[in-house]
Design a protein around this ligand. Sequence first.
Ligand code: FMN
Length: 408
Amino acid sequence: MPKAAAPRVILGIGGGIAAYKSAELARLLVQQGYEVQPVMTRAATEFLTPLTLSSLTHKRVITSLFAPAGQPEATLASAIEHIGVALENDLLLVAPATADLLAQFAQGLAGDFLTTMHLAFPGPVLLAPAMNTNMWNHPATQANVALLRARGYHFVGPAAGELACGMEGPGRLAEPAAIAAAASALLDKKHDLAGETILLTAGPTQEPIDPVRVITNRSSGKMGYALAQRAQARGARVILVSGPVALSPPANVELLRVETAAQMYDAVMSRLAEVSVFIGVAAVADYRPARPAAEKLKKSVSALAIELEPTTDILAAVGRDKGHRLVVGFAAETGNLLGEAERKREAKNCDLVVANLVGAPGAGFEGDENEVVLIRRGQQPEPVARAAKTVIADRILDAVADLRARQA
Ligand SMILES: Cc1cc2nc3c(=O)[nH]c(=O)nc-3n(C[C@H](O)[C@H](O)[C@H](O)COP(=O)(O)O)c2cc1C
């Protein structure tokens, strides 16, 4: 059953014959205690009246991106409603998801309220397709579904059976109860980290050589930011200690910006007492210039040697002072991945090491995708196939939630 603060669901409705079943779905979701915001495409309003849905959900049904000129809604607030709706809700559920909507989502088109808001929506998306069997089997539709699945979208159905057009085969909208159950599973999972305070480090560090030059590395911060965003969405209080990155901070996350490994160490240690889970994703410099120059170094010498000294190992320090805390480290390796990761897990007293092969094209530091292996004490290594970093983040957090449940 949903918790006291009701999770919020956007119910997107496409222009398919099964749109009438979304009224029953809306009723079930409301009955289960969820707040439901209906959004209908123009085609959907040909099949079902907004009045039906507003009566069932007690919400104004959104049917258009633009308020008619001269109407009181044509204000700044309504002008950015698609962003507000995207950020205020926990799940985007689309039922029926027509062939056209699947194509628009896959291509990132933004021609109406639902598709525009979809692009701004940071959380999980659940799609319940419904269409004629030939439309579903068409290679274009199948390619769109494969692309969306690879991006981490969730699907429920379609079921096989007799369709409104008289054909038999896959294409029927899943039963409203099955769709509501799939939505519940995503929403309830979403809160499995409630009560946890998770401190994450992310990004690279920059170690000054002189006032204008630094030693740094290729970490983009994307994996750490994806973890922070997903941990927050799953109910955790999140403190993100971030090195310099070109990313927008995730909403509702406390962001502490640092530059050097020493500043990152201080920031982590100053907050550790509040923390139940530490996840060290940052690529912290192992060495820093021993004596950074006070003035900009001149190009006058033919060769320049910079003496480096080790930085303090943040993960090892957190592991030493572990207490009841769960400690998660990342091991970015270019070879002997499992051996190095297990050695690091043991040496740094980590409960979980996320081993990350860097150097593969498109994955690792700078890409939007990743491919990792989860290493836990006394368990077989668990490979997580290549996927978007937000999807990988959820798999890592599944392991965190599982380890925390075992600790309890
Ligand atoms: C009577 C009728 C039933 C339709 N049923 C479906 C359907 O079940 N699934 C689908 O993908 N398209 C169906 N269509 C086609 C869509 O309505 C059409 O592709 C529309 O552009 C989809 O708009 P949307 O992007 O707002 O969903 C149907 C069209 C008609 C006229």
